[in-house]
Ligand binder design. Structure first.
Ligand code: FES
Length: 106
């Protein structure tokens, strides 16, 4: 299991277990993290799974590829920490990864 810490301004952290090989988006949906909509089911065509990775974790999580970067332009308030959570695969290296949930997906 890989721990994922979902953070949201003004709310307690939600710490959940994800399966290695699954995505942060799948882990969010499996744990009722309602801020992740994931309308396209992980097909990289909606941007409603947008999240921010904390600065401490950005290097380990890595940068978006060209396709993801293009789709991030559709997200609400993207910045240099932005990723689409369906494109982040959990591995042992990411145990404890901190993900900030956006205020809105739409
Ligand atoms: S779920 Fe649609 S782009 Fe991630």
């Amino acid at each position: 299991m890989v721990k994922v810490v979902f953070k949201k301004e003004g709310a307690d952290d939600r710490i959940v277990d994800g399966l290695e090989g699954s995505s942060v988006m799948e882990t969010a949906l499996a744990n009722d993290i309602g801020e992740i909509l994931a309308d396209c089911g992980g097909a990289l065509s909606c941007a409603t799974c947008h999240v921010y990775v904390t600065e401490e974790w950005c290097d380990r999580v890595g940068q978006p590829n060209v396709e993801e970067e293009a789709m991030l332009e559709m997200a609400v308030d993207p910045d240099e920490r932005s990723r689409l959570s369906c494109q982040i695969r959990l591995s042992a290296d990411l145990d404890g990864v901190e993900i900030i949930l956006p205020k809105s997906q739409l």
